[in-house]
Write a protein that binds this ligand. Structure first.
Ligand code: GAR
Length: 197
């Protein structure tokens, strides 16, 4: 039976689209839900256009009460009965208590070569540090932010004159290759890290 994958987004959902488009044919998984923490996320319409069920759990009415927000998030996810959860540009920090409920079953993509540049503004920080390469990482989500076991990385060069925007535009297509590749492997029980290209 296919594994069920819930994809959590906050924005344009380009990684969600790449994941969803990969889950066809003999792929061992199918998307069961695309969930956003903001009703404005343009990825929601893309998911609906692909025939995927969507949900919104808006974090704002909870006014910083993370436990209450996560209780509703958990209920909404539970209803979709996912085997795996893929964070794809989901920009809320999840508490350790929440994450532990999905130990080993939650993946994230982060736009840096972890362990470098956890958190935000990854591309600006890589450029400011004078790095010659950047990239993205798919990892298991653990209680520590951007810290779980690495499942795959893809590298790109940082070129003279790069800005955070030009670098992001070079990294994003690599995310769209890496994340589906890792998801497929995880669904097949393979967790040894892959390195692209
Ligand atoms: C992606 O670059 C992803 O790596 C990043 O947000 C972007 C979402 O784009 N995620 C993070 O920064 C997580 N801390 P998308 O909505 O088009 O997939």
């Amino acid at each position: 039976m296919s594994k069920r994958v819930a994809i959590l987004i906050s924005g344009s959902g380009s990684n969600m689209v790449a994941l969803a488009e990969s889950m066809v044919g003999d792929h061992p998984a199918r998307p069961c839900l695309v969930l956003s923490n903001t009703p404005q996320a343009s990825g929601l319409a893309k998911a609906r256009a692909m025939g995927i069920e969507t949900a919104v759990v808006d974090h704002r009415p909870f006014k910083g009460d993370r436990a209450a927000f996560e209780a509703v998030l958990h209920e909404t996810l539970r209803a979709a009965a996912p085997d795996l959860i893929a964070l794809a540009g989901f920009m809320r920090v999840l508490t350790g208590d929440f994450v532990r409920q999905y130990e080993g079953r939650m993946l994230n993509i982060h736009p840096s070569l972890l362990p470098k540049y956890k958190g935000l503004d990854t591309h600006a920080r890589a450029i400011a540090a004078g790095d010659t390469e950047a990239g993205c990482t798919v990892h298991e989500v653990t209680a520590e932010l951007d810290d779980g076991p690495i499942l795959g990385q893809a590298r790109v060069p940082i070129l003279p004159g790069d800005t955070p925007a030009t670098l992001a535009a070079r990294v994003l297509p690599m995310e769209h290759t890496l994340y589906p590749a890792v998801l497929r492997r995880v669904c097949l029980g393979m967790r040894a890290p892959i390195m692209l290209p």
